[in-house]
Design a protein around this ligand. Sequence first.
Ligand code: SAM
Length: 244
Amino acid sequence: MTNNLSDHTGDEPGARATGSGRRPIRSYVVRGGRLTTSQQRALESYSADYVVPFHAAPLNPGELFGNNQPLVVEIGFGMGDSLLAMAKEQADKNFLGIEVHKPGIGKLLLGIAEQGISNIRIINHDAREVMESCFGAGTVDGIQVFFPDPWHKKRHHKRRLIQTPFVNLLVSRLKPGGMLHLATDWEPYAEQLLEVLEANDRLRNCAGTGNYATPGDRPVTKFERRGRKLGHGVWDLRFTRCTD
Ligand SMILES: C[S@@+](CC[C@H](N)C(=O)[O-])C[C@H]1O[C@@H](n2cnc3c(N)ncnc32)[C@H](O)[C@@H]1O
């Protein structure tokens, strides 16, 4: 939720040196502190029930959720308000949220417990590694990434999450007919997303070539609300994975 490198703590979940000794380029910075007492308590009380430890091995969603409802993965849910609302509205789907921001995980855990939500699980780890290791090819019904950090400065564009290699990975995890839904409030990033998604021949733009989609029934997110107050626009992109 920041494009400032100065608060980098170097303790990202999953951070490790590459074989060359250089750290991989991360799409996020982990900000320290600022856990409220209730978030801290929620992390202590509810992690065992809803947070799935990261292991570099495929998950069994049926075992995790206790049913075989369709699986939607949300990457970077922030404070989790919109994921909570969506899971509540769409109780016939399971939602797996991936996030590295501890206060957001604590806040979502609190909401899950207070509202008795049973169809959300959380992984606290870098989404790139989770998507690579935890899902088999063609096993996910939907993937959503709402307002990924735009990394405004040109020298930081390499940190943007949505780039061709990651999109290829996401598409490989989607079932044929599965949905990839992205949104951003930064027009140059929206243009890049449209270009990258349309260049992928396994994806079809639900809004028609060259067009942005409507938000549909997606709840407004915290980041989006903040952007709207600042006068930002919003661009949604919905693509389905073609049947092979
Ligand atoms: C700009 S915020 C948007 C949050 C939320 N979707 C919203 O709209 O309010 C982007 C979020 O993505 C998370 N994020 C960025 N890269 C990530 C990664 N590789 N793995 C997991 N989370 C990531 C950040 O921690 C941050 O909370």
